[in-house]
Design a protein around this ligand. Structure first.
Ligand code: ATP
Ligand code: MG
Length: 327
């Protein structure tokens, strides 16, 4: 088990189906073969939530519960809160010095978020540097594999470039090259067909109540050309059909037939989907209900994780300081 996997998520709200399908599912599977380090990225969360920072503590515990409910095993993997390992910020400082501003300004994820998010002001110094802190997160553990959703690919590319630049300046192959690991659903669309996102209010959360799941499923946008039941639909265009392929693949051929053959209407199709999503999430819900009874245990797990993470991070920073400033 020599290779290290690193990934993280921002504790800015409840986890949704996109997090599970785009990343978390891979995290769970990778635990078998890799040393996995998973960070709850509270500094990254603060970049967007600086006006509502008191909420982060609650989200942190919720996130750890969701991870464990989904199959992250704290006995195998390191789970911790980013800000409890100060080395992240130390390495970020070093990397900031060598990251050209243009690399950050050109980042498509940054531009998309500035365009799409109007509820808070993201025109800040820290938010522009988001990928530099992310590079520090990954490089601190010398991770070679990073399981993420598609929206994170530009960030990972920047991380690789920053690592190469560090190695080039300081004449040391200190940081290994790291590669993304994508799932089969690297970008799940939300109920409004934009990327499913906490910030867009278009998400089905892993912890949503059954009635919320039904309500949200019936709101999903289908093929706009299908107005009456008698109009044949285009499943390849319809987001609901793509959900069936993931959450109820056994029904997908029938759904194709209901839609193209005008046999069932969209409302009925969406309500059956809602029931299948509820069934799909049931085991996670049961485990979450158990874990929620003992939040102190969750905090203990995160503290233990922080100790393990810190011991790796501390060693890397000794090497970094030596590479930069000399012995
Ligand atoms: P959101 O995008 O919902 O606002 P976030 O951006 O705050 O969530 P991150 O912590 O940035 O959440 O993302 C955690 C991980 O989940 C990342 O690897 C990201 O690529 C992945 N992810 C988030 N949303 C989706 C999605 N809709 N489809 C696939 N993967 C996703
Ligand atoms: Mg994101």
């Amino acid at each position: 088990m020599s290779k290290t996997v690193f990934s993280g998520m921002r504790p800015t709200g409840k986890l949704h189906l996109g997090h599970w399908l785009g990343a978390l599912q891979n995290w769970v599977n990778l635990q078998k073969d890799y040393q996995c380090v998973f960070a709850i990225a509270d500094w990254h969360a603060l970049m967007g939530e600086y006006e509502n920072s008191r909420r982060l503590n609650e989200y942190i515990v919720d996130m750890a519960i969701d991870w464990i409910a989904c199959g992250i095993d704290p006995d195998k993997s390191i789970l911790y809160v980013q800000s409890s390992v100060p080395e992240h910020l130390e390495l970020q400082m070093v990397l900031s010095c060598l990251t050209p501003l243009g690399w950050l300004e050109r980042n498509p994820t940054y531009k998309e978020q500035l365009r799409e998010i109007s509820s808070r002001d993201l025109q800040t110094y820290a938010f522009l540097g988001y990928p530099v802190l992310q590079a520090a997160d990954i490089l601190l553990y010398k991770a070679t594999a990073v399981p993420i959703g598609e929206d994170q690919l530009p960030h990972l590319e920047l991380c690789r470039e920053i690592a190469r630049r560090f190695n080039f300046f300081y004449k040391k192959e200190l940081f290994p090259d790291c590669n993304p690991i994508l799932t089969q659903t690297p970008r799940l669309l939300g109920i409004d067909r934009r990327k499913m996102s906490k910030s867009y209010d278009n998400a089905i959360n892993l912890s949503d109540s059954e009635s919320d799941i039904v309500k949200k499923s019936t709101k999903m946008i289908t093929d706009p050309q299908r107005i009456r039941i008698s109009d044949p639909g285009r499943p390849e265009y319809c987001n609901v059909y793509s959900y069936y392929q993931v959450f109820a693949p056994d029904l997908a051929p029938d759904v194709y037939d209901w839609c193209t053959g005008s046999k069932k209407g969209c409302i009925e199709c969406k309500s059956i989907l809602g029931q299948r999503i509820i069934k799909y999430l049931a085991p996670m819900r049961a485990k979450r209900n158990e874990l929620e009874k003992d939040k102190d245990r969750i905090r203990d797990i995160l503290n233990e994780g922080a100790k393990k993470a810190k011991s790796i991070a501390h060693k890397t920073m000794i090497e970094v300081r030596e590479a930069v400033f000399g012995p």
